[in-house]
Design a protein around this ligand. Sequence first.
Ligand SMILES: Cc1ncc(C[n+]2csc(CCOP(=O)(O)OP(=O)(O)O)c2C)c(N)n1
Length: 623
Amino acid sequence: MKKMGEMLSSSNSGSEIMMGNTAVVRAMLEAGVRAATSYPGSPTPEIAAAIASIPAERNPMYFEFSVNEKVATEVAFGASINGHLSCVFFKSVGLNVAADTFVQLSLMELIGGMVVVLGDDPGANSSQNEQDNRHIAHLSYVPVLEPSTPSEAYSMFLEAAKLSQQMHMPIIVRLSTHVCHAKERVYFGKLNPHDRDNRPKFKIENGPYIPITADALKMKRRALKKLEEFRRIAQDSYLNRVIEGTDTSRGIITAGAPYLSLLDVIGSTDSRPDILKLGIVHPLPEREIVDFLSSHEEVKILEELDNIIEKEAKALAYDNKLKTKIIGKLDLEDWIGEYTPDKVEEVLSKTWRDLVEPSKPKIEGVELAPRPAQMCPGCGHRSAFHSIKKALKDSDITVADIGCHTLGYLEPYRMGQVLLCMGHSSGTASGLSLFNNSRRVVAFLGDSTFFHAGLPGIINAVFNKHNFTLIIMENGTTAMTGHQDHPAVGRNFREVTQKIPVRQVLEGLGVENIREVDTYNQSKLTQYVEEALEEEGFKVIIAKHPCMLKFTRELRRKGRPLPNPVRVSEKCNRKYVCVSNFACPSYQITDDGSSIWVQKDLCIGDRSCIQTCPSEAIVPDDK
Ligand SMILES: Cc1ncc(C[n+]2csc(CCOP(=O)(O)OP(=O)(O)O)c2C)c(N)n1
């Protein structure tokens, strides 16, 4: 990490093998970004990790994890209209949370410039959906650059920053999971010191900044005009280019990660179609597309996620009375998911069988052991679900939220029967409790999510007197995305800060019925849930235990030993509660099913399992 930070802040030009996410940070520094903001979410958290690696004295950039993506966007916006180049980055669905703010940005004069780095997630590898944020860019009149490689992530960020500063408009650099995480040698330029003028430049005359009544329409007209100006730039930009092939009757229009997969698939074929590789995917370079279409008989549009370029290309062909056959994606049976080389091979073989034959699987069926997602050994959420389940009836309705605790929906806990997005659980539970006198409703919520999007649902539950039990799974961190601090922790990205305790916030919001318990105190938690479920109204249980993955990592870093693991003694009566109900992955059943043993390298010695054994057979291995 130290080496990475030094490389990122070195004033010399050079080259290094780095991830797309890291390359973006080098570009941020070279471009002179003053303020960067984010809320964590895959595939972009390594951008923050790279920023954290820069020695403080060599980092001129302010960075914060804001409480959610909307606030992050607003902080970056505020910095920009005060004259500072800013950047906000987050995952695909983060744009939904930021949307109310984000859609306004193109109406504003962003005098310092502002780059929005999005981590889209084709294949929904780590998101609750697979959304194509080009739609939101269209809706918001914001240009989109789309790199295919880490090197392009670097150079396109620089280009986006330059254009955004020139045109005072927001520009998206749209990454996808593969580009964020791929590694390659990136050649970077010098890091010249930037003029650090700290005088606030905000002036109302720089605007307009108030989009109300007739001005909202004037501002929309300006935004549309700027987008057209940007289209003219796109027309001549080196970011869109034609790569000539050997088959001049056929062409492919593509962008982003699918371009690399395409090269993999057709690299060695004799008759390669021409390729129009787009780096600017919104607004499209219309003249270039029309030229490309008109000089080919057939053109395949190879794009990941939705068929946005396809629709625009077809409209352009119609307007220009072109006869070119345009082959999109909707005729494919299964067009969703990541455009990996395998997928592109499948797609192209359906389009042009003579060009690409579907290859046989290269590796004959290797059987891998199934590895379902699961909570870590010692996870406080496991103790919570194990205890809560004892208090629930089959008819109860349980509402999941997003975080590590979502895993409670898995066997054997089976809690959390519906999930929309971060922070939905209180609102959804409120709706489920309407006209409902027979089925009790229980909702779950993580502590980072509490601050991110959980508060309005809670306030609404107090305000409108809803009837359900909310269990806040407080583990003192944003565990799922890599342990980022949140407002209850007492640290922000840079320094020790004031703690904003969950309980005090609840009390301040007027929640009267609050219980709080450490989840390792399993019988107490069961009792609290039983009691709360018998009561009317809105009840909150704070079920807390520190994230043990974070805790054990910190111990290891300090060179401190973990407590001894546990073992199963001869008292074991083969009731299998440790495996079947508690389901800590440290417990294993022997192949013949006759006994249970503890995998010592998994057990962290937390001992939360001891109380689960009806035969009292689990003992610390030091006895
Ligand atoms: C809008 C949005 N932003 C970010 C994410 C990524 N993400 C998934 S869960 C989560 C927070 C998890 O933290 P917490 O609520 O404390 O639960 P924990 O994982 O610690 O149990 C985040 C940031 C997301 N899914 N949606």
